[in-house]
Design a protein around this ligand. Sequence first.
Ligand SMILES: CC(C)(COP(=O)(O)OP(=O)(O)OC[C@H]1O[C@@H](n2cnc3c(N)ncnc32)[C@H](O)[C@@H]1OP(=O)(O)O)[C@@H](O)C(=O)NCCC(=O)NCCSC(=O)C[C@H](O)C(=O)O
Ligand code: MG
Length: 288
Amino acid sequence: MTDFRPRRSVLYMPSSNERALEKAKTLPVDALILDLEDAVAPDAKPQARLNAAAAVRSGEYGAKELTIRVNGADTEWHDDDLKAAAEAAPDAIVVPKVNSVDAVLGLVDAFDAAGVPESTSLWAMIESPYAILHAEEIAAASERLNVLVLGTNDLVKELYVDHVVGRTNIVTSLQLAVLAARATGKVVLDGVYNDVKNLDGYLAEVEQGRAFGFDGKTIIHPGQIEGANKGFAPSDEAIENARGLIQAWEDGKGSGVVTYNGRMVENLHVESARRTLDIAAAIEAIEA
Ligand SMILES: CC(C)(COP(=O)(O)OP(=O)(O)OC[C@H]1O[C@@H](n2cnc3c(N)ncnc32)[C@H](O)[C@@H]1OP(=O)(O)O)[C@@H](O)C(=O)NCCC(=O)NCCSC(=O)C[C@H](O)C(=O)O
Ligand SMILES: [Mg+2]
């Protein structure tokens, strides 16, 4: 696995909230989304834009991946947001409501026109029924797009449904997004959990997202960081199992069938075990 970057916990923060921007410097998240969109009132957008750009340029956020969420391409704020982001050169620009291949291609052109450096990638938010149904094409539309971000609040709104325990009414959407990411080699991040005081409900959703195959979770409050960091990292048991399985495979070279803990081991299991160890090593490196 090359170029793996942990994105277990990806924290949104309103770029208008200077206290939160300051606090985020010390929070143990893998990535930050400095928001200019929904979390920022229209009047506050110009100052939020300046704050987000200053935060990226400050060099005070350690190894965290820094991204700026601009307002959507069809809004009056988009061009100014993109210009400010281009100058600040974050790791990625997060664009909301990306619904089609044409939208991705338009954004890539807009990035070039605004002078967004090549080192800044595009994270596309998948948050409408149409985007879910076209997630694979959207994900494959450009090399520059490396992360799909689920916008489950907008998705629930667009589906005319409610937020329900277990997310039973959007399971198909979540799984289609994961399938699209895996089919195209992109990263995929789960949506946010709004009830910031309900830790048990949040942890259940982390576990569900991990089980579905998401790479990490977008979050909205510092109290959600630990759960995501733990939930999207290989457990001690998984690491130990991966090491043992690889050892059994190496020891058994030349013999026909290898077993570990009573289970058949094939090359594909060894590949999964190596992936687990690579992820664990990447997490250890950023936490060192
Ligand atoms: C949800 C909140 C409004 C709650 O805020 P608050 O009541 O102030 O929380 P606390 O008092 O418990 O905060 C404790 C301290 O933590 C800091 N804090 C809180 N949230 C953040 C944060 N996101 N980043 C950094 N720091 C944060 C507070 O400043 C307190 O600090 P201190 O005073 O020093 O102790 C609030 O959490 C919040 O605004 N969260 C982010 C909301 C947001 O960004 N929403 C937009 C994205 S979600 C979305 O819609 C995704 C998608 O588009 C979709 O459709 O689903
Ligand atoms: Mg949204």
